[in-house]
Design a protein around this ligand. Structure first.
Ligand code: COA
Length: 326
């Protein structure tokens, strides 16, 4: 499947379900434009979480219609007391008081998380205004971490002219341990397969290929690769390897002979967040790739983050994928 077809297909798949998605960073013109697209293309039903007055003002300034969109205002919502109690129950063991829960629930990021927990919506997409750290913390504190998962992380699907490649983690875990890196690789491979239908071929990236350099950072990637092989026996994975060995057949033949993934990898696992975040932005800007994500993974329910530089179109794409995970 080509890149543009992929975008079309995720929007079409989401529209078959036409579920509700909440936007906690609603006081932003991009959210309103994305919401219009979701409604007009019948992809999903947006719910805006924020101040009605501010949202209406932005709509008026930009000549956008919002009177057919549900707006939930945490400050005056009749649900706020109930939601504060739900948050308190989730966080009291960590020391949160009911008073603190009542204060915290007024944040649209938290309010949207409880809307999702309680099933009022099927997904949340934030981060067009809020920082990634705030989005991830709100998601972990409200919807929580999925059973069997220790590491919440994220992936991007980089849509190039002739192919799609998955990058992880580019947004959540700054300095993963070998165990966290193995978690990221296994979870990403699984989600890449379920979203694209392609068989994952996972390359564990490093500045070294098969022992060409010696360094504790290289040892970490070697250890993570071994852990992935132990934990996911059927997965096609190899490492440590440099990006050129992962992607280019002729280089793979020279540097990484006999590898099941070198030269044809479609899931790239970066050794840390510096590499992952810089890597995806370079490919996006220099190779004109469409970066779909970051799609947060490892949570109980889909609560996705966006880059603050995202477009309204990016928001529609992330919302569509997020709803496919619902
Ligand atoms: C995600 C992030 C906010 C977590 O920060 P943190 O300082 O560990 O946050 P906290 O200590 O408040 O952790 C919140 C909770 O989530 C848990 N947690 C944090 N990161 C987690 C992860 N990746 N997986 C699972 N649990 C995690 C913590 O254990 C903690 O649990 P608890 O409150 O129940 O004890 C932080 O790693 C971060 O800022 N990442 C970078 C995000 C970023 O700026 N990206 C930019 C690129 S887009």
């Amino acid at each position: 499947m080509e890149g543009s077809e992929f975008i079309k297909s995720i929007r079409e798949k989401a529209s078959k379900r036409n579920l509700k998605v909440a936007f906690p960073d609603a006081e932003d013109v991009r959210t309103l434009v994305a919401s219009r697209t979701l409604i007009d293309e019948k992809i999903a039903v947006p719910v805006l979480v924020g101040s009605k007055e501010k949202i209406n003002e932005i709509a008026l300034q930009n000549n956008l219609k919002v009177n057919d969109i549900e707006i939930v205002e945490p400050l005056v919502s009749p649900l706020k007391e109930e939601f504060a109690k739900v948050l308190f129950e989730k966080r009291k063991a960590k020391g949160m008081t009911l008073e603190e829960a009542k204060e915290t629930i007024l944040s649209p990021l938290y309010f949207a998380g409880i809307l999702l927990t309680k099933g009022y919506v099927s997904a949340v997409v934030g981060g067009n205004v809020s920082s990634t750290g705030d989005v991830i913390k709100s998601a972990i504190h409200t919807v929580g971490i999925a059973e069997g998962i220790e590491t919440v992380s994220s992936y991007f699907i980089m849509v190039l002219k002739d192919r799609m490649i998955c990058f992880a983690d580019c947004a959540v875990v700054p300095q993963p341990t070998d165990v966290q890196l193995s978690d990221i690789a296994i979870t990403t491979a699984k989600n890449f397969q379920s979203v694209t239908g392609l068989e994952p071929k996972v390359a564990m990236l490093s500045f070294s290929t098969k022992g060409s350099a010696k360094h504790p950072d290289v040892d970490k990637v070697i250890s993570a690769t071994n852990l992935v092989k132990e934990k996911a026996k059927d997965l096609l994975v190899d490492g440590e390897m440099q990006a050129d060995a992962a992607l280019i057949e002729s280089i793979a033949k020279r540097k990484c002979k006999g590898s099941p993934v070198a030269g044809k990898a479609n899931v790239l696992i970066f050794p840390d967040l510096d590499a992952g975040n810089i890597g995806y932005k370079l490919v996006e800007r220099l190779a004109n790739a469409l970066a779909v994500g970051p799609i947060v993974q490892g949570l109980n329910k889909p609560y996705c983050d966006l880059s603050r530089g995202c477009s309204s179109d990016d928001m529609v794409n992330v919302a569509s994928i997020c709803l496919l995970m619902a």
